[in-house]
Design a protein around this ligand. Structure first.
Ligand code: SAH
Length: 248
């Protein structure tokens, strides 16, 4: 049970598997006014940077669930490194349908909303773990510029323009689901570079170490094509943010 191996290769050196930077992750943690011992649930927790740094900086406790064995191991190591291993735990599992035993103060899914079958389904899933008055965090892309053609949307690795909304529409859609947007931290193009460009050096080094691997051809093709594709499409058209929601 794991995510497709290609992601475990290209993102093996990432601490944050999203366009949000460590600085913005810290901004978000501060913006949420987290109390010590606040309970946080993180579905698709990746390498655990959000839970681990918020445990260190704000004293939160919590659980992360992630389908990547590699990322989950990295998260556990990061917790030890930051001295918060007694505050956070990381579970290697499919987070689809996961509901915590005890209600949490913050229920998050940052950049993995397919876990609940899309934004609306993920909000519904997270709400089942949330205490009354708690905060839901959703990390999700939006169109920074609306693609003029379906071809441009595909260049952004979306299936179609309809995959994402523009920011005002995305914010309004949370209202239509019965939630107030109470905070947000948006990524910028530098943050996208940290997420996307960091894959290139990882791929190059992996290729040098694994020339005979069955995925070497795919990784080589990605390394060759990605910088120009990314600069032409994702970097120009796609925005990304984390949105904090409270039930009306
Ligand atoms: N929230 C993290 C990771 C985002 S990347 C961060 O911001 O760094 C998306 C994550 O979802 C990856 O770590 C991937 O392994 C995980 N994932 C994908 N499908 C999943 C599933 N069904 N259940 C749990 N995690 C999943």
């Amino acid at each position: 049970m794991d995510i497709p191996r290609i992601f475990n290769i290209t993102e093996s050196a990432h601490r944050i598997h999203n366009p949000i930077t460590p600085e913005k992750l810290a901004t978000l943690g501060a913006a949420l006014r987290l109390e010590p011992r606040a309970r946080v649930l993180d579905l698709g927790s990746g390498s655990g940077e959000m839970l681990c740094t918020w445990a260190r900086d704000h004293g939160v406790v919590g659980t992360g669930i992630d389908l990547s064995q590699l990322f989950t191991e990295q998260a556990k190591r990061r917790a030890v490194e930051l001295g918060v291993a007694d505050q956070v735990r990381f579970i290697h599992d499919d987070a689809a349908g996961y509901v915590s035993d005890e209600p949490v103060d913050v229920a998050a899914c940052v950049g993995a909303c397919w876990i609940g079958g899309g934004v609306a389904g993920t909000i519904e899933l997270l709400a089942r773990s949330l205490r009354p008055g708690g905060i839901i965090l959703i990390g999700e892309p939006y169109w920074r510029r609306l693609p003029p053609t379906e071809e441009v949307a595909k260049g952004c690795l979306a299936e179609s323009i309809a995959d994402f909304l523009v920011l005002p529409e995305l914010l309004a859609s949370f209202g239509e689901l019965g939630y107030d947007v109470v905070e947000m931290v948006l990524a910028d193009q530098d943050g996208w570079d940290r997420y996307e460009a960091a894959k290139w050096l990882t791929m190059r080094r992996w290729l040098e170490a694994n020339p005979g691997d069955e995925l070497a051809g795919e990784v080589r093709a990605q390394l060759t094509a990605e910088p120009a594709r990314y600069a032409a499409y994702t970097r120009e058209y796609l925005g990304w943010g984390v949105f904090a929601l409270m039930r009306r």
